[in-house]
Design a protein around this ligand. Structure first.
Ligand code: PMP
Length: 410
């Protein structure tokens, strides 16, 4: 088959691929535990469902303005004021089909071919691929000290005259860590001094633990909405567990917003008006669900951190937010089990029927990303099964209901 060189160079989304594998196994009746996916099992907020149903009942389901329905944009203006302490105009907002499309639009809007984008490892899997999709060059910066915390010195060394943007995701997928205010202040000051866009992927910014709060990225700039290099991207997927509704947004200058709106008008036209109504309903409804999700993840984080201690040699940085943690499994990379994180993840799916995501996909070989978004039973049973599969002293066979799992690597 003849496809473009670019299309051929784009990697499959590993999480989407794993979801599909897990779905097929489950369909065959296999007792799969999903610690791979970044979505909680909650129902969508009732206010979102009612708003979408009311819109549907009108039968008036047409195109919306490319940058979003005015009432949703108004709700996002309010959200930005409340959670970022920043007053912006509706012209500073564009609504897209998920934060994913918002990031893609932005990269499309700002990059010329060969322009570089700095991506901080460990990073969300889609950043490098999206940069490549608009003919840019991803430049991955890995902390030299092996931690999950980026360092200004490493970043400054990687900046060239082609650097157009830096992507920051804090709290971070996959590591769960939240970057310090000092770091955010430094990086934003650096970007604005050098004229580099600072793309803040804030999709987890309310999913923060232990009584802490993610700082507003706009508190670190003295520039106004039209001249700042700071661009915030957010959405309802993680905030309300509404991943399937596919609504995200960007807060940027009017000029950049108009360019992105133009791009969107030539691709998807607009996000679905029905789902925009649902997003508006969620944003204007009772916000208890956000706190419930946060507490659920914090509780599961505590359980996972305690359970991981039962795996000798596995180290894990304590997440301060998100649905994820990324333990270091290098102690278990040996020929009998697996020689890298991809093989280890495959081994755990094949033998223990537990879905994990290999650290390699996030630029951190030897690690596995585990999601804590599922039920308490999922996370405890998942880690028990991982322990069974990798511990040389475990029995070779166990039964899950009437299904026999065989671990025959010794
Ligand atoms: N950014 C990060 C860091 C994510 O983890 C995700 C979802 N996994 C997204 C963006 C995309 O969000 P959405 O579902 O709104 O497209």
């Amino acid at each position: 088959m003849s496809v473009s060189k670019l299309a051929r160079a784009i990697a499959t989304s590993p999480t989407m691929k794993l979801n599909e594998e897990a779905r097929l196994l489950r369909e065959r009746g296999e007792p799969v535990i999903h610690l791979g996916i970044g979505e909680p099992k909650n129902k969508a907020p009732i206010s979102a469902l009612l708003a979408a149903a009311a819109r549907l009942a009108t039968g008036d389901i047409k195109y919306s303005p490319s940058d979003g329905i005015p009432s949703l944009k108004k709700a996002i203006v309010r959200y930005t004021e409340e959670h970022y302490d920043r007053i912006v105009a509706p012209e500073n907002i564009i609504v897209s089909s998920g934060a994913k499309q918002a990031i893609f639009n932005l990269l499309y809007a700002i990059l010329n071919p060969q322009d570089e984008v700095i991506i901080l490892a460990p990073y969300w899997v889609s950043y490098p691929e999206m940069v490549k999709m608009v003919y840019g060059v991803p430049v991955v910066v890995t902390p030299e000290d092996g931690s999950f915390y980026p360092r200004m010195a490493d970043i400054e060394r990687s900046v060239t005259s082609y650097t157009k943007a830096i992507i920051i995701n804090s709290p971070n997928n996959p590591s769960g860590v939240m970057f310090s205010e000092e770091f955010l202040a430094q990086i934003i000051e650096f970007c604005e001094r050098k004229g580099i866009y600072c793309l803040m992927d804030d999709i987890y910014h309310q999913l923060v633990f232990d009584g802490r709060k993610a700082p507003s990225c706009f508190q670190f700039t003295k520039k106004d909405a039209e001249s700042t290099k700071v661009i915030a991207i957010n959405g309802i997927a993680k905030l309300y567990g509404m991943t399937g509704f596919r609504i995200g947004w960007t807060v940027a200058s009017r000029e950049l917003t108009a360019v992105m709106s133009n791009i969107q008008s030539q691709t998807t036209s607009c996000a679905s008006v029905l789902l925009q109504a649902a997003a508006e309903g969620a944003l204007l409804g009772i916000q208890g669900i956000v706190e419930n999700l946060r507490l659920h993840c914090q509780n599961n984080r505590d359980i996972v951190m305690a359970d991981l201690k039962t795996l000798p040699g596995v180290k894990c940085t304590r997440p301060q937010g998100t649905f994820y943690c990324m333990p270091d499994f290098r102690a278990y990379l040996h020929p009998a089990i697996a020689s890298n994180s991809v093989q280890l993840s495959e081994f755990l799916l094949r033998k223990a029927r537990v879905v994990t995501v290999p650290g390699k996909e996030f630029g951190f070989e030897g690690y596995l990303r585990l999601s804590v978004a599922g039920t308490v039973k999922d996370v405890t049973e998942g880690i028990l099964r991982i322990k069974w599969a990798i511990d040389p002293t475990s029995p070779n066979e166990i039964f899950i209901g009437d299904k026999k799992l065989v671990r025959d690597w010794l």
